[in-house]
Design a binder for this molecule. Structure first.
Ligand SMILES: NC(=O)c1ccc[n+]([C@@H]2O[C@H](COP(=O)([O-])OP(=O)(O)OC[C@H]3O[C@@H](n4cnc5c(N)ncnc54)[C@H](OP(=O)(O)O)[C@@H]3O)[C@@H](O)[C@H]2O)c1
Length: 252
């Protein structure tokens, strides 16, 4: 596949998983030109510019902005914060990508979508948005590569567990006996950068990205205990009383 122009990375100033920011750095390190889309001019935008990216400011919910930032790019990473407008932004991106003639659209989704169907959805608005976004991208006929990670280790799972381990030697989460397999966002970004660097073999693929093993919170507590050389336990707490509930609502 011959590719010209810059690679567009949306959500490039992100700070939660910061996948877009890491992808930007990895592509620049490969010597590839990157157009980094941010929502506003700030220190994060300046850092991206200093790293060598072409920084463009825009709103993923504004059609004219999206057309302006996508135009001239053949490869696009589409990643955006968990938010109410995610589905709308996906459909807008797909509309623009079709108009512009994008050769590869790498869509950040999430692992839960692998278990969803018309008769088996979840109550999570974000999971539903990702599921519907994937449907819309499939209808679009665009050359899409789908990335479905489990919960992010850095920026998400560690902040959910680390503070109570530090302060009270306990993991305090409303996860019951549920299992998960957190994945390093650095690894997620490495996969996306590799796909964007040479999308041809990956178009149409769905990549499910996990950590090393799936385990319940007792298992995670044992890992903390081994690493810290002190007793760490898991205490299940009531879903509604969890202070980080806004963060985890989207992965439950
Ligand atoms: N967290 C997890 O465990 C997990 C696991 C699997 C999949 N995911 C998926 O990963 C995605 C988030 O990735 P991430 O954590 O790397 O992102 P992130 O660090 O939160 O960065 C997202 C970026 O999107 C930007 N953004 C939001 N709304 C925008 C808009 N309307 N126009 C332009 N930019 C906008 C934000 O800008 P500002 O910085 O200006 O707000 C932010 O820089 C979500 O789709 C989530 O479902 C997350």
């Amino acid at each position: 596949m011959t590719e010209n122009g810059s690679i567009l990375v949306t959500g490039a100033a992100g700070q939660l998983g910061a996948v877009g920011r890491t992808v930007t750095g990895l592509l620049l390190a490969r010597g590839l030109p990157v157009r980094a889309m941010v929502r506003r001019e700030d220190d994060r935008a300046a850092a991206l510019r200093a790293a060598g990216a072409e920084v463009v400011v825009g709103d993923l919910l504004e059609p004219a902005d999206v057309l302006r930032v996508v135009r001239g790019c053949r490869r696009v990473y589409f990643g955006m914060s968990v938010s109410a407008g995610h589905l709308e932004a996906t459909v807008l991106m797909a509309t623009v990508a079709r108009d512009v003639g994008v050769h590869a659209l790498v869509n950040m989704s999430q692992m839960t979508v692998s278990q969803m169907s018309l008769q088996h959805t979840t109550p999570s608005p974000q999971q539903r948005q990702h599921w519907l976004s994937e449907q819309a991208l499939a209808w679009s006929g665009l050359p899409v590569v789908t990335i479905r990670p489990t919960v992010f280790l850095e920026g998400f799972f560690l902040p959910l567990t680390g503070p109570s381990v530090r302060d009270r030697s306990r993991i305090e989460l409303p996860f019951g006996r549920g299992k998960t397999s957190p994945v390093a966002t650095a690894d997620v970004a490495r996969v996306i950068a590799a796909v964007l660097a040479d999308p041809g073999p990956h178009v149409g693929q769905i990549y499910e990205l996990t950590g090393l093993r799936s385990q319940d919170m007792d298992g995670v507590a044992r890992e903390y205990a081994d690493a810290l050389n002190r007793e760490i336990t898991y205490t299940e707490i009531v879903y509604g009383s969890f202070r980080g509930i806004e963060k985890i609502r989207d992965i439950l």
